[in-house]
Design a protein around this ligand. Structure first.
Ligand code: AVJ
Length: 322
């Protein structure tokens, strides 16, 4: 008797990889880039001269930390500073250090889907800023926000730095912002980074560095499928490709098969074929302007209180209320 077992798609990772790679055209979700290797490669990206986003936001936070402290601090009591997608917290430390020096009362609550990132960040902070109360959590954003809504009553400031929202197309960004709004009270604030539209060449260079760090970052999706799902992708037969549309502000990353090939993913009972030059779409990095951010806010029931820009106007942090 020949029993063929259906693959058990018992994790979101398996389900989404199966869906994406059996679709035409093929796609994968960039959120799965971030395992220990992906976290490290993203830190390398943030140190690239071409990846201007990090320095721009660093400059904004440093330049405006006094004004930001005034917005966040409560005259009575304490507040929760909740950071979604905290990563290595490098930029946030500018604020944490300043708040701590000014004796502002707050609890720092970093949240990340990477356990590895959470562990490293907690350890670093206990060494570098031991006077700060840190209450880190691994988890999906909304799980944690839902929990906060039910058991906390003090003021919340939600931080989403790094233009992380750029991984979402507008309809999903509106869902995300609406969900954030639902978890906010009247005094709560949302502080969010949005990379701005600019010379298209500067954007292309940021996602296509000559040293190949971004290519390795993108290919980590395949490496991770190989390791965790029993895949046999030959990553040397895929080429990283970046495209930017200045009209829509959407930057898109692809992995392009450089020759015809077959790939098996044993945990998914999946045999795939690639035609020469067939693509896997892996990431979007949306760029914005004030009009688009205002539209997103109004669609989500949020109001822009103020915004901060770097000196070149490449990047902005917006402060929202509900
Ligand atoms: C972390 C999603 C903001 O899209 O700019 C960097 C990820 N991808 N280089 C971005 C990324 C390629 C980054 N975000």
């Amino acid at each position: 008797m020949n029993i063929t077992t259906k693959p058990s798609l018992d994790t979101a990772f398996k389900k989404e990889v199966f869906q994406g790679l059996t679709n035409s055209p093929k796609y994968l979700s960039s959120k799965y880039i971030y395992d220990a290797t992906g976290d490290k490669l993203f830190q390398d990206i943030m140190a690239l001269p071409e990846y201007y986003l990090t320095n721009c936001e660093f400059e904004i936070l440093d330049l405006h930390k006094e004004a930001i402290a005034k917005l966040f601090a409560t005259t009575t009591g304490t507040f929760d500073l909740i950071e979604l997608g905290a990563g290595d917290g490098k930029k946030t430390k500018v604020l944490l250090r300043h708040f701590s020096e000014k004796k502002i009362n707050f609890v720092y609550k970093p949240i990340d889907i990477s356990q590895n990132a959470i562990d490293q960040l907690s350890e670093k902070l206990s060494e570098e800023l031991p006077q700060i109360t840190v209450d880190a959590e691994k988890g999906e954003y909304f799980e944690v926000l839902d929990r906060l809504k039910t058991y906390r009553s003090r003021k919340k400031v939600i931080l989403v730095l790094g233009s992380n929202i750029g991984n979402l197309l507008h309809p999903r960004a509106i869902d995300f912002l609406s969900n954030l709004k639902d978890s906010m009270g009247d005094d709560d604030l949302l502080f969010m980074g949005f990379d701005q539209k600019k010379d298209p060449q500067i954007i292309l260079n940021a996602y296509n560095d000559p040293t190949g760090v971004t290519a390795a970052f993108n290919k980590n999706l395949l490496t991770r499928i190989n390791r965790e799902l029993g895949g046999n992708f030959d990553v040397s037969k895929f080429k990283h490709w970046e495209r930017y549309d200045p009209e829509t502000g959407t930057a898109k990353s692809f992995l392009v098969a450089t020759e015809a090939q077959k790939v098996t993913i044993s945990e998914l009972n999946l045999d795939l074929t690639f035609d020469p030059w067939e693509t896997i779409h892996t990431e979007i990095s949306q760029k914005y302007d004030d009009n688009v951010v205002e539209w997103l806010a109004s669609e989500s029931g949020l109001v822009i209180e103020t915004s901060f820009s770097d000196s070149k106007g490449y990047y902005k942090d917006y402060v929202f209320r509900k």
